[in-house]
Design a protein around this ligand. Structure first.
Ligand SMILES: N[C@@H](CCC(=O)N[C@@H](CS)C(=O)NCC(=O)O)C(=O)O
Length: 183
């Protein structure tokens, strides 16, 4: 099954003269989707720059020393880490508030985001999705032992996360986004 990006690479892009917000990443990335969804929901126009050909290069590492995406540039301000970017976009721009005003609801949101990043994402993506979806697409043999080790860790999620190898990236994306928008 071919997974399409939630947003096309050039959707909502504007000419650089019209916006000083740039999202750098590659179109399939779950975390890049989250940043783009947040910007879209806030009504902030942005330019998307595909960093895939530059991943790991000196120019990429100068922007993100941990060799990841997304990266947000807003004028002369550069920021990485999806959660920090989402919070920044919410607080730096007009538009609908994305975070609960209630302090406990906001804490719960951050608990969920941190849990996804720390406990679920590595197993769901690196162990399940890569083995079942990415490796076969690249012609690399997948290892079901890795999947079998990861699934129980994913399934102990306190709220139901329906996991299928084909859609796990999108589900994680929507999980984080739903949490950001809740409350
Ligand atoms: N903690 C980072 C994680 C970002 C991340 O893992 N991004 C993936 C794409 S979804 C990436 O850059 N992968 C490149 C690689 O692993 O080489 C964040 O929240 O932004």
């Amino acid at each position: 099954m071919q997974i399409q990006p939630v947003l096309a690479a050039d959707s909502f892009s504007e000419s650089p003269a019209m916006t000083d917000v740039v999202v750098l990443g590659f179109p399939r990335s779950t975390y890049v989707h989250i940043v783009r969804l947040v910007l879209t929901h806030k009504g902030v126009p942005y330019t998307f720059r595909d960093l895939e050909p530059e991943m790991g290069s000196a120019s990429h590492l100068a922007l993100h020393p941990f060799d990841r995406v997304p990266i947000l540039q807003h004028g002369d301000f550069t920021l990485y880490e999806t959660s920090a970017i989402a919070t920044y976009v919410d607080e730096a721009f007009e538009g609908p508030g994305l975070q609960p005003k209630d302090v406990r609801a906001r804490a719960r949101m951050n608990q969920w985001i941190s849990s996804i990043n720390s406990y679920y994402y590595p197993y769901m993506i690196y162990h399940v999705t890569h083995e079942r979806m990415v490796f076969p697409q690249l012609g690399i043999a997948s290892d079901e032992k890795v999947v079998a080790h990861a699934l129980p860790k994913v399934q102990r999620a306190p709220e139901p996360i329906t996991l299928s190898a084909a859609s796990s990236r999108l589900q994680i994306s929507s999980c984080c986004q739903v949490r950001m928008l809740s409350g």
